[in-house]
Each structure stands twice: as structure tokens, then as C-alpha cells.
Design a protein around this ligand. Sequence first.
Ligand code: NOJ
Ligand code: CA
Length: 716
Amino acid sequence: MKKYFLLAGLYLIIFLAGAQELKSPDNNLTMNFTLQGNGIPTYTLSYKNKEVIKPSKLGLSIKSEKESLFDNFTLTDTKTATVDERWNPVWGEYKSVRSQYNELAVTLTQKETNRKLLVRFRLFNDGLGFRYEFPQQPNLIYFIIKEERTQFAMTGNHTAFWLAGDYDTQEYDYTESRLTEIRGLMKSAITGNASQTPFSPTGVQTALMMKTDDGLFINLHEAALLNYACMHLNLDDQNLIFESWLTPDAKGEKGNIQAPATSPWRTVLVSDDARKILASQLIYNLNEPSKIEDTSWIKPTKYVGVWWEMITGKSTWSYTNDFPSVQLGVTDYSNAKPNGTHGATTANVKKYIDFAAQHGFDGVLVEGWNVGWEDWFGNAKDYVFDFQTPYPDFNLTELRDYAKSKNVKLIMHHETSGSTRNYERHLDAAFAFMKNNNYDAVKTGYVGNILPKGYYHYDQWTVNHYQYVVEKAAQYKIMVNAHEAVRPTGLARTWPNLIGNESARGTEFQAFGGSKPNHVTILPFTRLLGGPMDYTPGVFEMDISKVNPTNNSHCNSTLANQLALYLTMYSPLQMAADLPENYNRFLDAFQFIKDVAVDWDDSRYLEAEPGDYITVARQAKGTGQWFLGSVNGETPRTSTIKLDFLQPGKEYVATIYADAKDAHYKTNPQVYTITKVVATSQSILSQWVAPGGGYAVSFVEADKAATKGLKKLKTK
Ligand code: NOJ
Ligand code: CA
């Protein structure tokens, strides 16, 4: 009897505190919401009865007489929903994506102020998403966010793969360490083009990948970042609690909100199987369906470019070194002195168009075609580009017609030099100019400090700028690949013309000194969760001094690893970055880049361990053909996989591009083997992989390829 009363009392307390439980559809995940102590909203998360997120507070501080939007709440309404639906992406890793979750929306009303805050939770089988909603109400109309105060309390001193907190760049190598080691390693984690000191000695970026000592994989990120500042995470390393840290604007404010409004989703992916983190579509599922009705003009693209030669320093973006064009209106370059190293000359671009046409590529990116680069490199601190005036040695009309005759598309380049307002002012004219000249894709760039002064790459205003460009481009039926823009959060579902982003350390760093060999085994667990990356793989000459004698960089990757990246770095936009002359030296390996698809009906993550290796097989859209890629970190290994994704009863010719036995990313990166074998769905493939190595496989149905004399793969 006593027990009974005790229990009833407990339930009453829980009820008054607003305790709510939410389960994932498969029951593996449980989220609990309560109001603690002084009406403080709090949540926890567990996976298969293991705690993932300890009691963590929710809320915000705002500029107001009553700053707190994080306590003194009562629970005034709850709503639940169950959703199970499918959607078909315009491009992607899967033909169709399932979005299955249970939802709980709690409305909180603040005593005294009578302000209302709604928190919406969605629990999927692979993780949690939640966001703040600010309903229309008399007591909270316009407000400024001082800080968002969302916590993610960790259960232990996990291993993390992290990037130093920075409001302007993500172009770092990852640091792998325990959470408590972040503080000590922060200085060494800031490298190269750091634009500033980190905002805090324990501040990191999302997507943050972690592994617990008992084998759970946890990932923290955000989804649908719209009209809001990008979130970083600040670690209280005494208590192992992460707290949201928004990017401030020039005034130090962290968000200007007008209700009704919503925050982006905060996401927690969880699994005991690393492959499920890679396969997760949770971040896309938290974004709205496509707002573009006719998507027929959005085309997955494989391209080459007049680019690597500039990145390596073999040629230049500028046509001249000494002509100051920074005064607006100065566009006559006929008297400017050519520097003799300009990359985007008519003759050179034609060479790339010929190469693209010969090998079946869709596009040719040309950088350094327009006037202004000499000012920018000459350190003109203000806007320099008009996006419409070609250098005198770049004959746009001739190249437009030449590309057309070869059935190749030129890809436009708009380096904004970080001057967002200048770009916005020129945007309509620049896009109309593209359309008039047969361009339907643009690579944008935001190198340098953002102008207007004081703004950052990831604040609310600059986030809005990137979105403005994507939406404006959609009006013109233009595809966008934005470099140095904010990290993607799944918005490509809503705006599928956003076919690429950089927003991480790409292949260019292999020509700026090199990247860690395991970098590519981490990116799919972090940066790629929010959207595709224009990583620009395909470097065949790792000794960069062979491209430009004054550049001593080394590309820390084997040639076979470079091939595998076309599978492991999912993107509907893939570049073959190296120079045509380097591909001509290895045409047998280049065949894989020519063959590999860029759009998929299905993807199977076969092996995965962040920092160590990733193996994925993908089925090409429409053709049924399978491709496979595996990338490796520092430690050599044997990858053993079942080929049970192949259609049963069929035979395939598998062409395996692999590291030779003595391959090594540093000392011997260019040695590889190409082997043809017969494979079926019963086959087992055991493949040795070099340090910084990899392998790539294409599977062709046997009735389309000769099997005569080929060995069969073993089945045990
Ligand atoms: C940095 C970009 O990542 C690179 O791809 C581009 O070539 C340069 N900026 C110049 O815009
Ligand atoms: Ca870049």
C-alpha cells in the first residue's frame, strides 16, 4: 500500500514537471523531456538502454528586460505525431528515402512574461532532431538572440574527431582526441589559413563525430540552417557538456528573429554501427521537400577544369600583374601588360574542352576568366569583380560555340572575394550573362574576410546571402557549387540546384602542403552528412613539384585511393582535378573515372570506422551497374567484404583497381594493379589496402563483358 502511494506520488511529480517520453519507431531510442527545478526544459536520450545524452538543458537568452527564455516555464500543451513516408531525391545516394519518426511537440509558457516557446522533437531510428519554434504572440515579436543555450551532456570522455571553432573557415585537418584533450590541442588544431583565434579554447565545429568507449557512434550537427546563425559547440570540459555557440554578426548579436519563426534542427545521430551513421538520411529528412517544381534542368555532372594548374601555381588566375582595375568602370584591359602565366586563355581552355569531349565529361570549369584578380591578389580590400568582363585573351563567344560543338558545357566561376553585397548587386546581370552564354552551373567562392566588414562566413546575414544566391539561381535554372560557404545542413533537398559545396578541407590542400592521409575517412562522418562536397578528387601526380617546380607539396594519397574517392565522397558533382597530361600517363586507371557514375539508385556501406577506413558499394541510377570504393587511413589492412549486393544468379566481370603490394601514400603512391575477375552475389572479396591507399571496383554484367579466362572470386 505504502509502495503504491509512493509510486503514485512519483507519477504526480513527474506529471507536474511535464515528463514526456518519446520512442523511436524501432524502440531502440528513447528521448525524455522534463521541466526541471525552476521550470527549466531538459531532455535526455538513450539508445538500447545506454545513456547517450545525460540531462541537458534547452532554451535561449534574448536581449530583453527578461533575458531568460530558458527557465520559469510550465508545460501548457503537448502534441504527438507518427510519420512514415517516402520521398524521391532529384539526385542522391538512394532512389527513394524513407522518413520514419515519432514526434513530440511541447508548448512551454513562461510564468510572468507569458511568452511561449515550442520545442519540437522528432525521433527516428537513427537519431534525434529537435528545434525551437517561436509562435506568433503578443509578448515575443521581434527579438535578438544573445545566445542559444542548448546542451548536449556527454556520458563520458569520448573520442572525438573535431575541427577548431572558427566563424570563417572549416578548411582544417581533423584532430582526433579525447574530449578533455581538446583544450590542450586547440592551438595545434588551428592551422594554415585560420582567420582568427578560436572563439573559445574548447570550441569546436559541427558536424562533430564521436565514439564512446563502449562502441557507440554519436554525431552532433544541425539541419535546415535558414535565417539563423550557424551553430558551433562549446565544451564545458569539467562536466563534459557541450553547449550551442552561435556565430555573432558585426554587432556581436547572434540572431534577429521575428516571430513566427523556427530555429534550425539540432541533430544527434546514434548507432552502435558506424555504417549506419554514413547511411543516415536524417538531416535531409528534417528539411522541407523540393521547392523547385521542374527539376529536369538539374543534372549530376562530371567535370574537368582549368583549375589544378592555378591551385598548384603552374599558371595564374590573373592575366596581368600590374593593372589596377579596382576603380569601378575600368574594364579596358587592352593596354594591360600580360604576365605570361594566365591559365584561362582561349587556346588552353580549348585543350580542356577537347580532353573533356574525348573522354565523355559533361563540363569544363574555367577559373580566372574575368577581370579583377590582379587587384585582389594586389590586396585591394574592397569588391573587385563584376562577373561579366572577360580578360582580353579569353574569347568567350568563340569558346561558347566551341564547347557547344563538342557537346561540353562550360562551368562558370564567380569568386566573390567575400564581398557578399557586391555579388548581390551584380547577381541578376551575372546570371543573365551566364544564360546568354550557355552556362547552366556556377562555382561560387568566398575567399577572404566577408564584406561588409565585421561579418563572418557563418553569421545569420551571410547564411542568408548564400541562400539568396541559391534561390536566385533557381529562378534562372542555374546549378550552384559554393566554396567557403557555410557547412551544408541538408538544404539541397529543398533546393536541389545546390549540387555542391566545399565547406571543408578539399583536395586543393594537397597542393598547399598536403592533408592527413586519413582525412577522407572522416569527412563522410562529418561534413558530408549535410550535403555533397565538391572535394575535387582524381590527383594522379602526387609530387606537386612535377606540376610546378616551385611547389614542394605532396598529395598524401595513393592513386588507387584517388579512384575510390568517387564512391566514398558522395556528390552529384565530381571533378577529375588533375591535368590532362597526367591522366594521359595513366589511361588504364583513368578509365575508372570515365566509367564511374555520379548518381545512384542504391548505396551500401560495407565497412566503416571513422579515421580508419570506409568501403561503400553503389548502384548507378537507371543502369543497374555497381561500383565500389574503399579508402584507408595510415594503417595497412585487408578489406574483406561480401558482394551480396549483386543480383543473385548473375555473373559480373569485376575490374579491381588496387594498390600494388609496395604502394604507400608517401613513398610510392602511383603503383597500382588492375585485375579482372568473375563475381557473383556469393563472392567474397579480400583486398589488401596500402597506407593512405584504397581500391575501386566496377562491376559489369557478364553477358555484356567477356568472362573467358578470368578467375572466379572465392565464395568462402
Ligand atoms: C578557393 C577555392 O576553394 C578554390 O577552388 C578556388 O579555385 C579559389 N578559391 C579561387 O576562387
Ligand atoms: Ca577553399
